[in-house]
Design a protein around this ligand. Structure first.
Ligand SMILES: Cc1cc2nc3c(=O)[nH]c(=O)nc-3n(C[C@H](O)[C@H](O)[C@H](O)COP(=O)(O)O)c2cc1C
Length: 138
């Protein structure tokens, strides 16, 4: 199964989450500027944080650029300073693209900008999220 990790990250938090997920799965997490291979069975997409109540435009446009012929399924993850999340908007665009969503998802809260120092609960959440794909990788 081909699995790729892409992320958008303005201040480094979602990038740090993506790296931990990648380390656990043995996959290099890359920014959205890195093109996907010709076919991807599963894309783990970190759509960044929430900025002035919404996900960043580039993070949303990335979902709009995904081709259902190229990408089989997408699992979403992200971060936010408050209890907000970009999940709803990202999921809505994914549905518009006709790409099925894969579970689990991961949306971390209470993350101050540029402070990817995860507490014990968040570390566990990241671990559990990545563990959800261990079988798919091997
Ligand atoms: C300019 C700016 C605006 C933000 N606005 C919000 C917001 O409206 N709601 C929220 O929950 N977090 C907000 N945050 C916090 C970020 O969503 C949070 O720190 C996130 O983890 C940043 O992710 P990133 O480092 O991957 O870009 C804001 C951060 C910045 C820098």
């Amino acid at each position: 199964m081909t699995i790729e990790i892409r992320y958008f990250s303005k201040t480094g938090n979602t990038a740090a989450v993506a790296k931990l997920i990648g380390d656990q799965l043995g996959i290099t997490a890359k920014p959205i500027s890195e093109p996907l291979p010709a076919h991807v069975d599963l894309l783990l997409y970190g759509g960044g944080g929430v900025y002035m109540t919404r996900p960043n435009k580039d993070a949303l446009n990335y979902v709009k650029s995904l081709d259902p012929k190229q990408v089989g399924k997408v699992s979403l993850f992200g971060t936010a300073g408050s209890q907000m999340s970009g999940e709803h908007k990202l999921a809505e665009l994914l549905e518009q693209q006709g790409i099925p969503r894969e579970e689990p998802s991961l949306f971390l809260h209470g993350m101050m900008p540029n402070k990817p120092d995860f507490n014990d609960k968040q570390q566990q959440q990241i671990h559990d999220y990545a563990a959800g794909f261990t079988t798919a990788v091997h």
